[in-house]
Design a protein around this ligand. Structure first.
Ligand SMILES: Cc1cc2nc3c(=O)[nH]c(=O)nc-3n(C[C@H](O)[C@H](O)[C@H](O)COP(=O)(O)OP(=O)(O)OC[C@H]3O[C@@H](n4cnc5c(N)ncnc54)[C@H](O)[C@@H]3O)c2cc1C
Length: 402
């Protein structure tokens, strides 16, 4: 690990030029990974990533870092399983320490209906290449001794699905690994440069307006998280997306030894332990759409109440820090990747509360689409035209808890 840290390549910062082959708007994980794979897989380096603030200042640096593939529809399981496997190899590929740890995820069920959901998840995961099996309450207790199987007398644990390869990785290190890898190969990563509009030539998008002047581009990819509807509106594109806040918090340190990630299917909440020993807790997004990143006491109270039913020791810990991000949620709870119907303008969006795990596969897929003008098989089902064709990829149950 030390060797990796010492070997971490620095990011080469640049002033923007007036023209690029590809301009990527948004220096979050998806924008940076797309730039990295354009350079490494396709030799396309005349690329700029324009970030309004600092890289990973959006949701990429705010998430709870869970990587998993235990989704509920085949298209999603295959896509996220590929991403999970890319994460397993990312330290070796980039030489950067992203603190990847395979921990396993348990999704507890408290009713017969939830047990059926989890059994179905195991079947579809297995059929599509993800490792998920059912465990009994006794087996769960053996692997997570801290859990109260009565759910404080209110939410008894009837069983759980165990997604064996579930993992975490340090989020800002992932962004920096991609930024460093891309910039070492000639990509310009440009911070503090908000894109304020799109340049048009008739119907086609031919560049971006920025606070530092216009920049022309052969292709513009919007990878802006939390604000995509506004960016798409510059191109006259209306997306089936709403933006909702999502909160998380960490406690003070707890003795190391809480190994896995524990989630409740019905209560939509989850907990893991960070490398520093803090307990990291999250839940579902706010029902009210908003662009606010203000932390909310209501969320804090609700998350703490839910999780401490299963892990009573949490009641003795202190809340150290809380924060929020704003998430672009699509109408079917699946991402939207690819063409928009406007020449020269692509999107990677709808990453909602679940897009950190997708950064490697999303970036790889978008880079291939830009390089070849064809969406690769894994991302093809996630195109915007699915809404027009009525081929939606509804998977709310899987997306609900990250
Ligand atoms: C609290 C929380 C917990 C989460 N937990 C998980 C989890 O455990 N697992 C998981 O898989 N996902 C999780 N997510 C979701 C995940 O973080 C996001 O889906 C993912 O980070 C999206 O990455 P992105 O690159 O698309 O967007 P972002 O990381 O948001 O990056 C977009 C960037 O675009 C920039 N930008 C915006 N407008 C402009 C503009 N006009 N010009 C230039 N730049 C602009 C922003 O500053 C930002 O840096 C969580 C999210 C939150 C908020």
């Amino acid at each position: 690990m030390t060797e990796f840290i010492e070997n971490l390549a620095p990011i080469r910062w640049h002033e923007p030029r007036s023209s690029y082959d590809v301009v990527i708007v948004g220096g979050g994980g998806h924008g940076l990974a797309t730039a990295y794979y354009l350079a490494t897989r396709h030799g396309i380096t005349n690329v700029a990533v324009l970030e309004a603030d600092y890289i990973a200042s959006g949701n990429t640096g705010r998430n709870t870092t869970i990587i998993r593939a235990n989704y509920g529809i085949p298209e999603a399981v295959r896509f996220y399983q590929h991403s999970l496997e890319m994460y397993q190899a990312l330290e070796a590929e980039t030489g950067a320490a992203i603190l990847h740890q395979t921990k396993g995820i348990f999704w507890m069920a408290h009713t017969e209906m939830a047990m059926r959901t989890e059994r179905a998840r195991c079947l579809i995961n297995t059929a599509c290449g993800a490792k998920t099996v059912m465990v009994t309450p006794a087996e769960l207790k053996e692997m997570v001794p801290q859990v109260d199987l009565t759910g404080a007398g209110r939410y008894p644990v009837l069983g759980a699905s165990h997604h064996v390869e579930g993992a975490t990785a340090r989020h800002d290190r992932v962004a920096w690994a991609y930024a460093a890898g891309a910039s070492q190969r000639g990509v310009h990563v440009v911070e503090h440069t908000p894109v304020t509009g799109l340049l048009r030539d008739g119907e086609r998008v031919v560049g971006v307006e920025t606070a530092r002047g216009p920049i022309t581009a052969g292709v513009v990819l919007s990878a802006v998280g939390g604000r995509v509807t506004r960016m798409a509106a510059h191109a006259g594109v209306r997306l089936p997306i709403r933006t909702h806040p999502l909160h998380a918090f960490v406690t003070n340190d707890y003795q190391q030894g809480f190994g896995p990630i524990l989630a409740s299917t019905e209560l939509s909440c989850y907990v893991s332990q960070t490398e520093r020993g803090q307990m990291l807790i999250g839940a579902e997004f706010d029902a009210q759409p908003s662009y606010s990143r203000q932390s909310s006491f209501a969320a804090l109270r609700s998350y703490s109440h839910k999780m401490s039913r299963f892990l009573p020791f949490l009641r003795d810990l202190r809340i150290l820090r809380t924060w929020a991000g704003i998430c672009d949620i699509s109408a079917d709870y699946s991402p939207i990747m690819g063409a928009t119907g406007v020449d020269g303008f692509l999107v990677t969006t709808g990453w909602g509360t679940w897009g950190f795990k997708a950064i490697p596969a999303g970036g790889e897929g978008m880079a291939e689409l830009i390089a070849t003008s064809r969406p690769p098989e894994l991302i093809a089902p996630f195109g915007l035209d699915r809404f027009r064709r009525d081929h939606v990829l509804a998977d709310q149950g899987s997306a609900g808890t990250r």
